[in-house]
Design a protein around this ligand. Structure first.
Ligand code: HEM
Length: 203
């Protein structure tokens, strides 16, 4: 339970913060996300089954986690000596895998620094190696909370974006990589309540 709290809290908060920051810098994508939320949910409270009905919002979140993976590096210990791509790995060595690097590698991502949720359409995903995007790690020790986290994040984003417009104030956000990725300075944004359109006939 303790690991659930530790591993699940800051990671999800970081991913949501960067998703809002990126949407705050990209009003067109924010408008597309809000259009989907209003069309699918109307005024009702989202529930688990809505995840599949909010594909654009899911893509936004995946793209935010590509650019700002909450766990920017992770490691594995080699149980036996081996060779990977010509590099000798002695037994007991720690091998570092870095989503931060792979997620911005031009071999897998064109114009890698650009925010583009379109990279996560099913067709685009099928065209990439399985581990070009791995914010939740992989293999038997992959994140146990991956699906729960996507669910809570999409629901939280849906409720926030339905109610508020977000505009980024700080556009350059230097980050530092500890166990989790962190913004080194403030990541301020302006929020305004979304103006609701009045139904026909009541104008
Ligand atoms: C955006 C949110 C999250 C991210 C980016 C994330 C990322 C990760 C990563 C990279 C790992 C290590 C995987 C590996 O070494 O291959 C991990 C492990 C883990 N995560 Fe998450 N996580 C998130 C949310 C959550 C949530 C919500 C929970 C629980 C409710 C959770 C629980 C765990 C646990 C228990 C492990 C250890 C699994 C094991 O060693 O078998 N995580 N997570």
């Amino acid at each position: 339970m303790l690991v659930f709290l530790l591993a699940g809290h800051e990671t999800t908060a970081t991913s949501l913060a960067f998703a809002l920051h990126l949407l705050g810098r990209h009003p067109e994508e924010q408008a597309l996300a809000r259009e989907e939320i209003v069309r699918v949910l109307g005024d009702r409270t989202p529930e688990a089954a809505d995840l599949d009905r909010l594909p654009y919002l899911t893509r936004v979140l995946k793209e935010a986690m590509r650019l700002y993976p909450a766990a920017p590096v992770m490691g594995r210990n080699a149980v036996a000596a081996t060779e990977i791509d010509g590099y000798a790995v002695p037994a007991g060595a720690t091998v570092i895998l870095a989503p931060w690097v792979t997620h911005r590698h031009p071999r897998y991502w064109s114009d890698p620094d650009r925010f583009d949720p379109g990279r996560f359409t099913p067709e685009a995903e099928a065209g990439r190696p399985r581990y070009a995007w791995f914010p939740f790690g992989g293999g038997p020790r992959a994140c146990i909370g991956q699906h729960f986290s996507m669910l809570e994040s999409v629901i939280a984003l849906a409720m926030l974006l339905r109610a508020y417009e977000v505009e980024a104030v700080d556009t350059e956000v230097p980050v530092s990589a500890g166990i989790t990725l962190r913004a080194m300075g403030p990541m301020r944004c302006r929020i305004r309540p979304v103006e609701k359109e009045e139904p026909e006939g009541q104008r």
